[in-house]
Design a protein around this ligand. Sequence first.
Ligand SMILES: [Fe+2]
Ligand SMILES: [Fe+2]
Length: 151
Amino acid sequence: MKWTQKETMLLQDMMNSEQICIEKYADYAERACDEELKTLFEDIKTTEEEHYATLEQMQSGTIPQMNAGGSKAQPENASDSKAKKPAASEEDEYLCRDALDTEKHVSSLYDTCIFEFVSAQARDVLNHIQKEEQEHGKRIYDYMAAHGMTA
Ligand SMILES: [Fe+2]
Ligand SMILES: [Fe+2]
């Protein structure tokens, strides 16, 4: 696969953003007070690493095959559908707000980039990644709602 100059530039932009996500989630997993939040951040970090690897593979000229099932679905509030958790620390709330904002920005970056790619297969891959960014946002939002962080 030969990329246009614009596609090459955008792949680099997306990789830079994914790199920031990886570093951010590693840092936030360290900083979070609540164990559940630490696990959530570590989990999201793993997906961001997969995103980076996928883009790297594209950059080198191969478009990865997307498995039909897509990303694994997250259980809907598996354990904590009703009971409100105790209020979290201010630090945890700050980390959540910032992470949610980052996911919004990254998702909109993919939104913009997808339009610039000629190959339908490349678009599918970027679409798949964008969907996972939206899932990250949802998981962070759900955590915040369960811990009384949403206004
Ligand atoms: Fe990502
Ligand atoms: Fe993400």
